[in-house]
Design a protein around this ligand. Structure first.
Ligand SMILES: [Zn+2]
Ligand SMILES: [Zn+2]
Length: 324
């Protein structure tokens, strides 16, 4: 066994050992902090409600953040941990993601603070229909009158407020106010609004109809390609090969990783701020401007690490229960 395989086996053993224990009692955040990482992973895999609570608290998903210009027509109007992007155009704006259900008023305030009118938002888009990215859709739709576009595979989730979402169906905290979908998207579809053009690549895995969005803008005579990557990460508790979370999930992840590996963006904007060094880039942008957001190497590393993590998850599943 190589080192990776040994680690995978060790993780799988710990998963088995702590899985049963995790279902019996819910540890506090302090107790989780004191646990070794493999045990934390096992506990969270067995308890999605706790996973949500831990992420929400430690990554400050519900806390206000300073809105800021990113690059070209793109602005950040999200919370501390969750990215919400306002993409402004000559014929109206597009809002990408809306944070948790209660974050609508925070996003609205950020949009107004930057001097934009929420009523000019014509489209509500998202990377995928989990509560942390579409929780505020209902609020924003009522406020703006914008149309909601979602991948065909996630229309049911969006219109039922999260019902039927694999791994999270009926789990406390994962539901949100249902929203009617106005446009059903398929792979390669384009949202056009005045001078804005966003292409949807359906990249499933993390959710069944995750979308990676791509757009371009021109600034200072240069064309910049922007990618909003989605779909590549498996959450704790996802089953890829054995008793899969949904039929075809392994192939979906492999295709998605391949698609993401083929893209060569200048700028990549993730839906979770910590995964793209948002704070560091924003700080550097104060003097460097758009250049601070240009990060092709960071994108390549992010996809490579998502791929390695995926293979490790598959290996851990394959070796679970073996050699006993
Ligand atoms: Zn998600
Ligand atoms: Zn998320």
């Amino acid at each position: 066994m190589n080192r990776k395989a040994i680690v995978a086996t060790a993780v799988a053993t710990v998963l088995l050992a702590f899985g049963a224990l995790a279902q019996q009692q819910t540890p506090t955040l302090d107790q989780l902090k004191a646990m070794p990482p493999a045990q934390v992973k096992a506990v969270l895999a067995a308890n999605p409600a706790l996973f949500l609570k831990v992420m929400r608290t430690t990554k400050k998903w519900d806390e206000a953040a300073e809105p800021t210009k990113v690059a070209g027509p793109i602005y950040f109007v999200g919370t501390q941990g969750l990215s919400v992007w306002l993409i402004t155009g000559s014929q109206g704006h597009i809002l990408m993601n809306t944070g948790m259900e209660g974050s609508g008023p925070l996003i609205e305030a950020s949009i107004r603070k930057l001097g934009f009118n929420p009523k000019d938002i014509k489209w509500l888009l998202a990377g995928h229909s989990h509560v942390d990215h579409v929780g505020g859709h209902a609020y924003m739709k009522k406020l703006t009158g914008a149309q909601v576009a979602t991948a065909a595979e996630e229309v049911g989730q969006m219109e039922s407020g999260g019902k039927g979402t694999f791994n999270y169906d009926g789990v406390p905290g994962f539901s949100f106010e249902p929203v009617k979908v106005d446009r059903v998207l398929r792979d390669g579809d384009v949202i056009t609004l005045g001078d804005l053009k966003l292409t949807a690549l359906v990249t499933p895995g993390h959710n069944i109809g995750s979308i990676t969005w791509i757009m371009e803008f021109v600034e200072g005579g240069k064309v910049y390609t922007v990618v909003f990557p989605d779909g590549a990460g498996a959450n704790p508790g996802y089953r890829i090969v054995k008793n899969p979370s949904y039929p075809g999930i392994e192939g979906d992840f492999r295709n998605t990783l391949h698609v993401l590996e083929m893209l060569k963006p200048d700028i990549w904007l993730a839906s979770h701020t910590e995964s793209m060094d948002f704070d560091g880039k924003r700080a550097r942008a104060k003097t460097a401007g758009t250049r601070a957001w240009v990060d092709p190497e960071g994108y390549r590393k992010m996809v490579a690490s998502a791929h390695a993590e995926f293979e490790a998850t598959v290996n851990a599943e394959m070796s679970a229960g073996k050699g006993k």
